[in-house]
Design a binder for this molecule. Structure first.
Ligand code: SF4
Length: 329
């Protein structure tokens, strides 16, 4: 089937992936492969703006790539690679920085937020982050970027930067990416309050054993008003119920919806059911992960091959960019 164009997405190397990563990004990456020529990048350079040490960078990159592959990203079709393996992105970042006003970068709400978060490490990379992100996108002549509404300003920034570059050099070599509005669900952690994340230790890893998964699920916070087994519950405010809606059959979801409200089912039973369904859903992923993981070179081969294909596209773009800028040959 003819593809609609090229999609690009990048994610920081965060190691073994959790349910929030899967529902918020990976699931969508897998689906997009059918419609688009897909370019998926592990953005290790972006990670340098905030990490304190690089000692886990290699293992986190490996684990993340392994999870992507086990979840269904097809490297024979899609390009999967590591950002720093394509040095052209640093070059394009530099050129794009020359058409970006400093004040525009420091005024961005995301920059201000980062400054609040890491007052003692406001490095230049943090300021130039949106430019590097723009370079990531446009280097591969991306048509669309899948983002949630809250990330729309990033794509708008990229589009404006492309227009500034093209205008400055009287060219149209850089393509303005379109935003592919994607519904990115907010997946709450086992605390039922905050977004699922490793730093909060409220996550459920995809690659955990069934037992570990069960233990994490049994720790999940339910309807806070339901104190005793005999109290009726409210599934509408319960994170376990939200998860059931994703991983449990329609009939069982309906049953829980009714029985919870009249105390016909207890939270312990409800969570046990969820753990069972989740483990069943994750079984193919875990089997595939184990299979691929038997030979770690497979993962690195995928990343190196991806980088080779990415570099070929990147260099083509850069030849046009350098020519448009009239840089000496
Ligand atoms: Fe949540 Fe299930 Fe307990 Fe109802 S029975 S509050 S849906 S865990």
């Amino acid at each position: 089937m003819a593809k609609k164009g090229r999609v690009f997405s990048g994610a920081r190397p965060t190691g073994r992936q959790h349910l929030g990563n899967y529902l918020g990004a990976i699931k969508n990456y897998v689906a997009l492969q059918d419609e688009y020529e897909s370019v998926y990048c592990i953005v290790d350079v972006h990670a340098l703006t905030t990490v304190e040490t690089t000692k886990d960078l290699v293992v986190n990159t490996y684990d993340m790539a392994l999870d992507w592959l086990a979840a269904g990203i097809r490297p024979e079709e899609s390009i999967v690679f590591v950002q720093s393996h394509v040095p052209q992105v640093m070059e394009l970042h530099t050129y794009l920085s020359m058409v970006t006003p400093w004040g525009k970068l420091t005024d961005l709400p995301t920059f201000k937020e980062k400054v609040r978060q890491q007052e003692s490490n406001v490095n230049y990379g943090l300021v130039g982050y949106p430019i590097l992100m723009t370079a990531d996108i446009v280097l591969y002549k991306t048509d669309v970027v899948p983002v949630g509404v809250d990330q729309a300003p990033h794509i708008e920034f990229a589009r404006e930067t492309v227009r500034s570059f093209n205008y400055r050099y009287g060219t149209n070599v850089l393509r303005e990416p379109q935003m592919k509005n994607t519904e990115i669900p907010k997946v709450l952690g086992i605390d039922g309050v905050q977004k699922m994340g490793k730093s909060l230790n409220n996550h459920i890893e995809l690659a955990s054993t069934p037992d570990e998964t069960r233990q994490r699920v049994m720790q999940m916070v339910t309807d806070p008003q339901r104190m005793r087994r005999t109290d009726s519950g409210n599934p509408d405010v319960c994170n376990v119920f939200s998860m059931h809606k994703i991983f449990t059959s329609k009939e069982d979801v309906e049953m829980i919806n009714v029985e919870c409200r009249r105390a016909g089912i207890g939270c312990v039973d409800c969570k046990k059911r969820f753990a069972e369904n989740l483990n069943k859903n994750l079984e193919p992923f875990r089997n595939k992960r184990e299979e691929i993981g038997k030979n770690p070179d497979t993962v690195w081969d995928v990343l190196h091959d991806g980088a080779k294909r990415a570099r070929a596209i990147a260099e083509e773009t850069m030849v046009e960019v350098r020519a448009a800028m009239q840089l000496p040959k």
